[in-house]
Design a protein around this ligand. Structure first.
Ligand code: PRT
Ligand code: ZN
Length: 224
């Protein structure tokens, strides 16, 4: 299991994949990408890329199976809250927020439903794939609610009569609009971020990470 090569987990296929690949390329990490492969190797640096579902990345970092991960902060925080609730470890180091994958987790209601403030959601049933982030927010607001856990198609829940409201990711707002929904509260803002496992790494690995981080900072500044 242990290797001298730096292990980085990233999303195999999804919204973050191509930006992750571009970032590595801009940092001078040459990878031979093979679409089918779970693991990809760098040709010029001691780096291996593990390509997985985004939901698996936080656990791989918390368990120290990988050294680094690139992951939406929304998923990182959601999985961390779930782990902590179960008494498990969820330690990590957030190295850098990246300039892609930006979105917000928001509460939304049917367009014509009345809404003045969060108290209007008292005892509402809320559909979400982010039960832990939602629960934390509603507890902070002191508003009791009922959960409706869906891993997909969250935005159709109100029309389908499954829930009164939803709590889902939004970027342009087009999906809410297309489903007759209205964003009423932003509960969490997220971007993709670079995360390191909590344990101290050997100096060579840490030096490589520091070098990558400097390069990422350079790339992001140049883009501003
Ligand atoms: O297969 P895997 O499990 O790896 O992927 P996934 O389907 O779970 O995730 P994916 O690829 O959809 O998203 C990965 C990450 O991208 C998310 O965790 C966020 O950090 C980030 N991200 C940024 C988004 C969006 N923007 C986004 N708009 N993730 C999802 N959406 C969805 C949202 O759920 C809704 O259905 O897009 C729709 C809304 O978009 P707008 O533009 O219509 O508002
Ligand atoms: Zn996922």
């Amino acid at each position: 299991m242990t290797t001298n090569r730096l292990r980085i987990a990233m999303q195999k296929s999804g919204r973050l994949s191509s930006d992750c690949q571009t970032l590595l390329k801009q940092c001078g990490v040459k990878i031979n990408w093979n679409e089918q492969r779970l693991i990809a190797y760098s040709e010029n640096l001691p780096i291996d890329i593990l390509r997985v579902r985004d939901d698996d990345i936080p656990g791989l970092i918390f368990d120290g199976v990988v050294d680094l991960g690139i992951i939406g902060e929304n998923v990182l925080e959601e999985v961390a809250l779930g782990r902590l609730a179960g008494g498990e470890n969820a330690d990590y180091k957030l190295l850098k927020r990246l300039d892609f994958g930006g979105c917000r987790l928001s509460l939304a209601l049917p367009r014509d439903a009345a809404y003045r403030n969060i108290a209007d959601l008292t005892d509402a049933r809320i559909a979400t794939s982010y039960p832990n982030l939602l629960k934390r927010y509603m507890q902070q607001q002191n508003i009791p609610f009922k959960n409706c856990l869906l891993t997909g198609s969250v935005e159709v829940a109100p029309t389908a009569g499954l829930a009164n409201a939803i709590c889902d990711l939004v970027s342009s707002g087009a999906t809410l609009e297309a489903n007759g929904l209205r964003e009423v509260e932003v509960i969490y803002r997220s971007t993709a971020c670079l995360v390191q496992r909590a344990a101290v790494l050997d100096c060579k690995k840490q030096a490589l990470i520091d070098r990558l981080l400097t390069r990422i900072q350079g790339v992001q500044q140049a883009a501003e």
